[in-house]
Design a protein around this ligand. Structure first.
Ligand SMILES: NC(=O)c1ccc[n+]([C@@H]2O[C@H](COP(=O)([O-])OP(=O)(O)OC[C@H]3O[C@@H](n4cnc5c(N)ncnc54)[C@H](OP(=O)(O)O)[C@@H]3O)[C@@H](O)[C@H]2O)c1
Length: 334
């Protein structure tokens, strides 16, 4: 299939509400030597896209100004240094922006094959959540078999993936969520127990559920109001991994005592500014450790809704409502 010169993509007219995003026509991107050009069939919507649209999370230098961090589709052209992929290969990719479009480039190192039996929607739902959870829960958080994990936002795309993967690797998981149907979903995903944080304090619940021991790792995206209680939830040698602060980054009157007495580690990271080589290391670990479980059907992405690309504003409005359970996806082409 010949690659056209122009494509439909979602342009941002300034920053603000979902209506700043509109379909437009623009040039098809040209792959750099280490990149492939993908004909996009599906793209994922992620909370960082919402933050970027609102003006709170500008793209790093060199990244595409077009929104979107993950795609699935077919390789239609390759850069001169690409060795392992060819035209016609089906890939899903963690992109450096640019996913809300009919064509998108991605470094070869950030591409993975579709797991066995997957379609484009399910394949596109994997990269952002799998890269983030692997890097934060397993690399920085060092979650090990037999340990216990507490995941906040258990029905977010990230949260559902964290529950699935922690269970797959032999950990027990506790999750928080803001509604009873979300609590039930966390248990369906494999959590030992889930806590409706609107009706029960999560620290009290974790102490009760773990008979006073606490958990080994906390994965948090809420931030300041949870910080002190997250530390109190951690067992000896526990690790707090901060991946966002949806309710603010600044903590005051922080008591260092538990960090010292219980030998705690406080860490965190963002995915986007990492180098291609660093993302490639994560991709290799996912291929070796997670892709077999996906292909065998032992874990799978949870798809809440699929919108046509042109209805991206509705997809963002749904994400901002927080009514979703799992992933919100964009269908770009068959
Ligand atoms: N550091 C990284 O590399 C990285 C990468 C990707 C994503 N992230 C972060 O991980 C988080 C989850 O991402 P996602 O795409 O999976 O998001 P998502 O599906 O939209 O889920 C976010 C959930 O967080 C909960 N929440 C708690 N406080 C909130 C608030 N003030 N505003 C909005 N939601 C709130 C909501 O669930 P309840 O109704 O249960 O409260 C909401 O459904 C986001 O904060 C995102 O920025 C970080």
């Amino acid at each position: 299939m010949a690659v056209p010169q122009t494509m439909t993509y979602i342009a941002m007219h300034g920053t603000g509400g979902p209506d700043v995003m509109r379909p437009e026509t623009g040039p098809v991107p040209v792959p750099k030597p280490d990149e492939v050009l993908i004909r996009v069939q599906a793209a994922g919507v992620n909370r960082p896209d919402v933050s970027q649209r609102q003006g709170g999370y500008p793209q790093p230098p060199g990244a595409s100004p077009i929104l979107g961090l993950e795609v699935a589709g077919e390789v239609v052209a390759t850069g001169a240094e690409v060795r392992g992929l060819g035209v016609g290969d089906r890939v899903c990719a963690l992109t450096n922006g640019g996913a809300y479009a009919e064509y998108c480039v991605a470094p070869e190192a950030q591409c993975l094959p579709w797991p066995a039996g997957y379609d484009a929607i399910r394949a596109a739902a994997l990269p952002e959540n799998c890269f983030t959870v692997w890097a934060n829960v397993f690399m920085h958080g060092r979650l090990a078999r037999g340990e216990a994990l507490l995941v906040h936002g258990g029905t977010s795309g990230i949260g559902a993936t964290a529950i699935h993967l922690a269970r797959e690797f032999g950990a027990s998981v506790y999750a928080t969520a803001g509604a009873d149907d979300k609590v039930a979903a966390c248990v369906r995903f494999g959590a030992t127990a889930a806590i409706n944080y609107r009706t029960e304090d999560f620290y009290d619940a974790i102490k009760r559920l773990t008979e006073g021991r606490g958990v080994d790792v906390v994965l948090d995206m809420v931030g300041a109001p949870y910080f002190a209680r997250n530390l109190r939830c951690l067992a000896m040698d526990g690790r707090l991994v901060q991946i966002a602060f949806l309710q603010g980054p600044k903590v005051e009157n922080f008591d260092l005592t538990p960090v010292m007495v219980r030998r705690l580690t406080i860490t965190g990271s963002t995915m986007r500014p990492r180098t291609t080589a660093q993302k490639g290391v994560i991709a290799k670990a996912l291929l070796d450790n997670v892709w077999p479980a996906l292909s065998a059907g032992r874990c799978a992405p949870v798809i809440h809704a699929v919108f046509p690309l042109a209805e991206v504003a509705d997809a963002h409005a749904l994400m901002e409502s927080s009514a979703h359970i799992g992933k919100i996806m964009l269908r770009v082409a068959e």
